[in-house]
Design a protein around this ligand. Structure first.
Ligand code: NCD
Ligand code: ZN
Length: 352
């Protein structure tokens, strides 16, 4: 008998871009309606570098949460070569800072202030290891000679593995893992290493971007890889392995910045994520492990309690009509359009 109705603890999003200003105001409700907490990425322009920056950004996020939504932003700091270990430690001990994000300089959208020489951040990493503050890594090398489809695997070999040997007690999340190499590396670790997996990398492979015309709204970084890698991500996500959890990497850009000769990387998936992820788990016969991926494994890694509140997901006979875009004062933002039918939807609150 097929399952048409499930109840899970309210999910969290362990990797999210909320931006600032008008875009922040427009996108935040699409997360806070479905997610209790989110790890908020610090790659604003200028980036969220200090505890003071993070405190101010947190206030701006909270101001964008609609009345009646319960949502807690979990703040991160953008690691630079001049980050002060004492500021990081103070932010962590006050409870404001949940993690620190390492962007190799130039790896992705708004990463110009990232790290060029990893040795320059060893003092911060040593302090984080000491105080047990997780490091989140954008796992791609930026070396022009490395093929863009190989940049994650090369990062693991050249940067991540040596880093883990140097700081064995530092807990690390390989963010938005996109390859079987990354999945295997995480599975081979004996603790302290986890990975987030995005909504879109569970659903599209690189054909979606390039076959039959170039489709900028499927372009993100790390770029989607070939089908065998997508299959490895689905296997990892649906396996129940506690080292893998949902980080949507929902990364809104206005359409004008995507539909141009040199378009930005980033896929905006918050409004459709829950239905998409439930559908992927259903297609793999793994609905009984959905809650682990969306609501249990992440809190366990971050040593936070799982949410007590529950949500209900309903499977409809006909495919759900998903929103194509949202409007913002800065322009429209296209929503991730999964190239599979989605039958699952969060039960809508009864209107009174
Ligand atoms: C992100 C963004 O737009 O900020 N883009 C993306 O393609 N994922 C940055 C990132 O997480 O790499
Ligand atoms: Zn991201």
């Amino acid at each position: 008998m097929s399952i048409n109705d499930i109840s899970i603890r309210r999910p969290d999003d362990w990797h999210l871009h909320l931006r600032d200003g008008d875009v922040l105001a427009a996108v935040t409700p699409h997360t806070s309606v479905d997610f209790a907490r989110a790890i908020v990425m610090p790659n604003l322009v200028p980036p969220v570098v200090t505890t003071g920056d993070a405190a101010a950004y947190r206030e701006r996020i909270l101001a964008a949460v609609p009345d009646g939504h319960r949502f807690e932003p979990l703040m991160t700091l953008y690691l630079t070569e001049t980050t002060d270990p004492n500021d990081v430690a103070a932010g962590a001990s006050s409870g404001l800072i949940t993690a620190v994000k390492l962007y190799p300089a130039g790896a992705t959208t708004n990463s110009a202030s990232g790290v060029r020489d990893i040795k320059k951040v060893y003092a911060v990493l040593a302090r984080m290891e000491e105080i047990d503050l997780p490091l989140l890594v954008h796992g791609e090398v930026t070396d022009e000679e490395i093929d863009i489809f190989d940049r994650e695997a090369v990062f693991i070999e050249r940067v991540l593995d040596p880093l883990r040997r140097r700081f064995p007690g530092l807990r690390i999340v390989l963010e938005h893992v996109t390859t079987a190499d990354g999945v295997d590396y995480v599975k081979s670790s004996s603790g302290g290493l986890a990975a987030t997996i995005t909504t879109h990398h569970l659903i599209i492979n690189r054909n979606a971007i390039l076959a039959g015309g170039i489709r900028p709204h499927y372009y993100c970084l790390p770029v989607a890889k070939r089908e065998s890698h997508r299959a490895a991500l689905c296997e990892a996500a649906t396996s129940g392995d506690s080292r893998f959890f949902l980080g949507t990497d929902s990364a809104p850009h206005v359409d004008a910045a995507k539909e141009t000769a040199c378009g930005c990387a980033g896929i905006f998936s918050s409004p459709v994520t829950l239905g998409c992820v439930a559908q992927v788990f259903d297609n793999h016969g793994a609905l009984d492990r959905l809650e682990a991926f969306t609501s249990l494994n992440g809190p366990a890694f971050y040593r936070l309690p799982a949410n007590e509140e529950r949500i209900r997901l309903i499977k409809h006979d006909a495919p759900i009509e998903l929103p194509a875009s949202i409007t913002t004062a800065d322009g429209g933002i296209t929503v991730f359009d999964p190239p599979i039918d989605i039958h699952w939807q969060r039960e809508q609150a009864a209107s009174t």
